[in-house]
Design a protein around this ligand. Structure first.
Ligand code: GLU
Length: 409
């Protein structure tokens, strides 16, 4: 399995080979500013105490406070969190929001914990991290397997430790606890705005057959948004398996089925397929919305999609990128495609700091403006430089980061 941080560094080197930047800037981006590893003790329901390993990587803050989610996953480790923090720095620069890049995590399978254990673990993460995070320092958020409820526990723990009740220390909170309208669907919504801005330019049909890897927060909302816009949602997967239905899957019904059975598999009218088959199924648009390293040199040759839109972070390896570029299959990169999440997170932070609450209409209007503008900008830049969208997105971000760095000196 390729190392996500290595892949991120390869992406950086590739952008640098298209346009040069100050070596000091590149050198500093190759190293996170700070890496924190903690042990979090949790008293389990059986009375035993278990230690969990937690992380926060603060990659870069030239453009603003560190910003990025916290991931709960049994395979999460510091190398993965480092890569994710790096991508956050680039992502925030791509959408031009006043934030730097950070990421956190805990090595745990949260599905194996009771609600009480999950709360204790989440509060424990914040207790050990409360002096390194803060509204003007580092603002965490949800990521894979972390929810608004978890954000509420963490916000509460932070308030108890510090006396700061503004909620601006963490985003993705429930609306009742200072969350923003639209944050729950923001990642998928932002991806949709990017798709909408680029669909015609990328030569995609008016009605696309869409396959979505992962049916979590990003994937399930994407299924709904693309369906609502008249596209056909033909396939999806989860940690247990995958399904395909040429005539189209009703995302609402699938959501109910998943709730009732614990998986997307065996959904009425669809065929069970393997998770690998999902990535190479017959479709126009493939949306990876799960984890890193899914499109690799092993399977890239079989991909039938006409375009890829990365709602996950790091789903495509550099080798797979090369193959897509050669075959003229555009990959709308993660740092653009999934930046809607952190953009609305930043709106939430701003609302908390100002004591405001914006309407959903207002949130989506602002989000659309940013996503459509930057999608266009990156598309034009790729065309002008005869390069792919990932290199173009990196160049847009690196330009902004370099300017921020130079202006500080
Ligand atoms: N975890 C999300 C991401 O990877 C959102 C981060 C945030 O909202 O700060 O972009």
């Amino acid at each position: 399995m390729s190392n996500p941080f290595q892949n991120a560094m390869t992406q950086l080197a590739r952008a640098f080979s298209v346009q040069s930047f100050s070596q000091t800037v590149i050198d500093q981006l190759m190293q996170p500013n700070r890496q924190i590893r903690v042990a979090i003790p949790v008293v389990m329901d059986d009375g035993s105490t278990r230690l969990f390993e937690g992380y926060r990587v603060q990659h870069n803050n030239w453009r603003g406070p560190y910003k990025g989610g916290i991931r709960y996953h049994e395979q999460t480790d510091i190398e993965e969190v480092k890569a994710l923090a790096f991508w956050m720095t680039l992502k925030c620069a791509v959408v031009n929001i006043p934030m730097g890049g950070g990421k956190g995590g805990i090595t745990v399978n949260p599905k194996l914990l009771s609600a009480r254990e999950l709360e204790a673990l989440s509060r424990g993460w914040m207790r050990t991290m409360h002096d390194v995070v803060g509204p003007k320092k580092d603002v965490p958020a949800p990521d894979v397997n972390t929810t608004p409820q978890i954000m509420a526990w963490m916000a509460d723990e932070y308030a108890k430790m510090t006396g700061d009740f503004s909620g601006a220390v963490i985003t993705g909170k429930p609306i009742e606890n200072g969350g923003s309208q639209g944050r729950g669907t923001a990642t998928a919504q932002g991806g949709f705005y990017v798709f909408d801005a680029l669909r015609e330019k990328l030569g995609l049909p008016l009605v696309c057959r869409v396959a979505i890897q992962g049916f979590g927060n990003a994937g399930s909302h994407a299924a709904e948004l693309w369906t609502r816009a008249g596209h056909v949602f033909v396939a999806t997967s989860d940690s247990k398996g995958a399904i395909y239905c040429e005539a189209g899957i009703d995302p609402k019904k699938l959501e109910e089925h998943k709730k009732a059975t614990g998986s997307v598999m065996n959904f009425e009218g669809s065929t069970n397929i393997s998770q690998q088959d999902l990535l190479v199924c017959d479709c126009d648009l493939l949306i990876p919305a799960a984890l890193e390293n899914q499109l690799t040199k092993e399977n890239v040759g079989q991909v039938k999609a006409r375009a890829i839109l990365e709602l996950a972070n790091g789903p495509t390896t550099p080798e797979a990128d090369d193959s897509f570029f050669e075959r003229n299959i555009p990959v709308i990169p993660d740092i653009l495609a999934n930046a809607g999440g952190v953009t609305v997170s930043t709106f939430e932070w701003e609302q908390n700091l100002k004591g405001e609450h914006w309407s959903e209409e207002d949130v989506f209007k602002r989000l659309k403006e940013i996503m459509a503008r930057e999608a266009q900008n990156i598309f034009d830049s790729a065309l002008a430089r005869k390069t792919d969208l990932r290199r173009a997105a990196f160049i847009v971000a690196l330009d902004r980061l370099e300017t921020a760095f130079v202006n500080k000196k």
